[in-house]
Each structure stands twice: as structure tokens, then as C-alpha cells.
Design a protein. Structure first.
Length: 212
């Protein structure tokens, strides 16, 4: 919306190409545009892979590119837009940090973790994916994080009692597990979790989803 709304307000037409893993919300967005009375052709939703994205970036009919995604893809898009002298805005991957201060209240900190770090199963661009804490409070913060992680109810995201559902794709799951392995092979210390739910539990989650 940070990209589409200003463009529409300025009188521009928009081609929205979402990630293939997040197509459903784009359908909902398209339905909302129709219901709001947007004329045909003003907002266009294209559900496709990287090839379609590359074609849009280089298409002569596109005046401005706005991209949210990985740094690697952003480099390629930035290079192409530089070659074409085309305006571009890049919102790329990062590691958003939250800061726990010397006089921070640990209970308030833990109470905010679900919204700050687990929204959409931690798959948002604003996820607080690392926490900076003073040495004097380090052990206390780590223990609080570990306790919070151990108590998280993982399962079917349609269940209101579940706090964390699945990754968007198997590729993303493997990437997350790969980062855990990197940590295990470094000086990092694993204090909670460290693996995917067992296959039996995964099958039960899928079955529960189908029954709903």
C-alpha cells in the first residue's frame, strides 16, 4: 500500500506483481479495488514468477519501479533501471533491531514480543529479528526470550490458540533451518527450539486445515 496508494492518488496506473508465495492477499486487494469502483486497467494484478518481474522492470511502458524484496534481486533491478535511466525505489532485506535499555522492564519487553517479532510468523519486513541488550541485562534478556520461545504454541494458523504457523514455503523453511545450522557452527548458543515440527505434527496440521 505504501507504493500503490500514492501512485493511484497521483493518477497513475499500477501493475502489481506480488511474490508467488503471497498471492492471496493480492486477490483480496484486487477485489477491494473493484468494489471501490476503480476503473478497469487502473490497478492490474499479475500473478507470476521472476520472469514476469524481469519483463516488467525492463518494459518500455513502465515509468517507475518500486520493489520490496531481497538485496540480491534489488541489485539486479537497480542495475537494469540504471541502464534504462528509469526511476526506482528499493526496499530491501535487512535485520531490524530492537533495543532493550538498561532500565527496561522485562515483563513489558516479553509482552511485546508477539507483535514485534512473530507477526505473520515473523515473515514481515518490520519483524524485530534481533535484539540489542546491555551486558548488564544480557542473561536476563536471553532467559526471557528462551522462555517465551518455549511457550509458543506452533500449529494451524487458523486456530486462534496458535501463535505461530508455518513458513510461506518449503524453500523459506529450509533457509531458516540453514541459518540455525550456521549459528550452531559458530560461537552462537542455541537456547530454545532449533528444528522444524515433526512430520506427524505437520500432517495433523494439514489435516486440521483441510477439515476446516
Amino acid at each position: 500500500m505504501a507504493k500503490v496508494a500514492p501512485a493511484l492518488a497521483a493518477g497513475c496506473t499500477v501493475v502489481l506483481k506480488p511474490s508467488p508465495e503471497t498471492a492471496l492477499d493480492s486477490y483480496v486487494f484486487g477485489d477491494a479495488a473493484v468494489e471501490a469502483g476503480l476503473p478497469p486497467g487502473v490497478l492490474n494484478v499479475v500473478l507470476a514468477g521472476r520472469e514476469a518481474g524481469a519483463s516488467l522492470v525492463s518494459h518500455r511502458g513502465v515509468d517507475k519501479i518500486a520493489f520490496t524484496g531481497s538485496t540480491a534481486a534489488g541489485r539486479a533491478i537497480g542495475a537494469e533501471c540504471g541502464r534504462l535511466i528509469r526511476r526506482v525505489t528499493l526496499e530491501l532485506g535487512g535485520k531490524s533491531a530492537s533495543i532493550f535499555l538498561d532500565d527496561g522492564d522485562i515483563d513489558t519487553f516479553v509482552a511485546g514480543l508477539a507483535g514485534a517479532s512473530l507477526m505473520n510468523n515473523s515473515q514481515t519486513c518490520t519483524t524485530q529479528s534481533r535484539i540489542l541488550a546491555p551486558r548488564s541485562r544480557y542473561d536476563e534478556v536471553v532467559d526471557a526470550l528462551a522462555g517465551f520461545a518455549r511457550e509458543i504454541n506452533v500449529g494451524n494458523p487458523l486456530d486462534l490458540d496458535v501463535a505461530c504457523g508455518p513458513m510461506a514455503s518449503e524453500t523459506h523453511l529450509n533457509r531458516v533451518l540453514g541459518f540455525i545450522d550456521v549459528g550452531r557452527n559458530s560461537d552462537a548458543r542455541l537456547v530454545a527450539g532449533g528444528g522444524a515440527p515433526c512430520r506427524t505434527q505437520s500432517r495433523l496440521v494439514r489435516r486440521a486445515h483441510s477439515l476446516r
